[in-house]
Design a protein around this ligand. Structure first.
Ligand SMILES: [Zn+2]
Length: 474
């Protein structure tokens, strides 16, 4: 995904689109999953609405059918072009082949690294036909840096270094690590600013929470798609990866299964046995789900969105989508476990989440405690600092899942890769750091998690431990 977005930006960075570039654009949009996701669409829609950009009318026609008539899959793209006597720029068989494998070839080829210090190094690489010699001297302005990189996104350089890193002997790796860290820092700083803007918008739209049952961060299409997923095709994965028998997959992505195993083994054993053992975990590929769904609903008007994981309130089932990177998988595993932990505890405190999401669910005393704390956080003018991640702002249940995941992940040094998604969400700075910052800025939220941890470890009566009079969150 990251690489695709980077490639799209590179192709669309000037108003000229040559035939060669159009072929690349077409390949990029469908590569890896055969579907144009929300993220990809958002990258090229503003550009497509500016018709002067197209030198040849056919380009415009092709993309118009895809983007503006809501035909998001490779199959519907090919079919809609045929209706007006057009064909894709690439051969259909090639596009089909590309759609089933990730687009690794969009990484830069690192040719030479001269490392002196984290803020003083030279990097020589080849990206497509561009040759870049980047002399870095500690700059932090991303626009200025990307200009020096001939408009190649810094994320691409990061990902390419991570890939290059894997091929090196240990003594060489030592030089790459500080460079990767420095690049991650620059990207993270940039995202911090974006995060602030997004947060300002969110806080302006957020009313104090009154209806505790109101919760939905998926639009109807996302929900329909999740409902249409057939989990019965999944098989246990324990044989190959040593995961417990409640892990299932219907398409093995070894890197993601490895990440889940490492994370699963690293979390406290009481969490595994008391929360995890009650859950069936499924890994699926979201891109494939999207493609199947939109092929069956070709005139669906809602753009396909990216979903990382899902938990049903009334079922002990967690689905983790495996088209992302390892750190995102680790975070998703803990985030979704956080939802289950929340429902299980709240059901013991007068809540009733055991009914389907179409039926009215009753929040119990624990849900009310978390919701009250979540609302209180917004009363602070510097509220952004209080939330451990941007996603924690979504609603009180996702707030709990985020503090749950950061609480546990912040104690672990997981040897996992992270790409664009992780950088974008700031994980590149490390879960440990995110936890440290959150502990300081949201001490009451942290105290609540400490209490949860102690309860899940040692037991006790939740009605007393989490009673409002024993938990002053205000
Ligand atoms: Zn969630």
């Amino acid at each position: 995904m990251a690489i695709l977005i980077g490639k799209l930006r590179q192709l669309l960075d000037d108003p000229l689109l040559t035939h060669r570039e159009f072929k690349k654009l077409e390949q990029t949009l469908f590569e890896g999953d055969g579907v144009i996701t929300t993220l990809e669409r958002d990258e090229f829609i503003p550009w497509i609405l500016w018709p002067q950009a197209f030198q040849v009318l056919n380009f415009y026609d092709r993309l118009r059918f895809t983007a503006l008539q809501n035909r998001f899959t490779l199959e519907t793209y090919v079919a809609s072009l045929a209706e007006v006597g057009l064909r894709p720029a690439n051969s259909v068989s090639k596009l089909m082949k590309w759609s089933t494998r990730p687009g690794k070839d969009y990484l830069a080829q690192i040719k030479k690294v001269d490392y002196r210090s984290p803020t003083d190094f030279d990097l020589k690489f080849k990206y497509g036909c561009r040759k870049v010699f980047w002399k870095y001297h500690g700059e932090t302005d991303i626009e200025q840096i990307e200009l020096a990189l001939k408009n190649i996104p810094l994320e691409i350089v990061y990902l390419s270094l991570a890939e290059y890193d894997e091929t090196l002997p240990p003594e060489e790796k030592i030089k790459i690590d500080p460079i990767k860290k420095q690049i991650a820092k620059i990207i993270y700083l940039q995202d911090g600013e974006i995060e602030n803007e997004a947060f300002q918008e969110t806080i302006e739209e957020t009313e104090p929470l009154e209806d505790l049952t109101e919760y939905d961060n998926l639009d109807e299409t996302g929900d329909d798609m999740l409902k249409s997923i057939d989990l019965s095709l999944s098989k246990p994965v324990n044989s190959t990866f040593g995961l417990p028998s409640n892990f299932f997959t219907n398409q093995e992505n070894p890197k993601i299964l490895e990440a889940l195993k490492i994370t699963w083994d690293a979390i406290p054993s009481y969490l595994r046995s008391k929360v995890g053992s009650q859950i069936n975990f499924y890994t699926l590929n979201w891109g494939q789900q999207l493609r199947g769904y939109y092929n069956n609903h070709p005139w669906d008007n809602n753009p396909p969105q990216v979903i990382l994981g899902s938990t049903k309130t009334n079922k002990n089932e967690i689905v983790i989508f495996d088209d992302y990177d390892q750190l995102t998988a680790a975070h998703t595993l803990l985030h979704e476990m956080g939802h289950r932990a929340f429902f299980n505890l709240d059901n013991q405190m007068g809540g009733n989440w055991n009914v389907s999401e179409d039926t009215e669910q009753t929040p119990g005393a624990f849900a009310k405690l978390v919701a009250q704390h979540y609302v209180n956080l917004f009363t602070d003018p510097e509220a952004i600092l209080k939330f451990p991640t941007r996603y924690a702002i979504t609603d009180y249940r996702d707030y709990f899942s985020e503090i749950f995941s950061i609480y546990y992940l912040g104690d672990l040094d997981l040897p996992l890769d992270g790409g664009y998604v992780t950088l974008h969400q700031g994980y590149a700075n490390g879960f440990r750091k995110i936890k440290a910052r959150w502990m300081q800025n949201d001490p009451k939220g942290y105290a609540l998690m400490q209490k949860y941890d102690s309860w899940i470890k040692n037991g006790g009566d939740p009605k007393i431990i989490f009673a409002p009079e024993n938990n002053r969150v205000a």
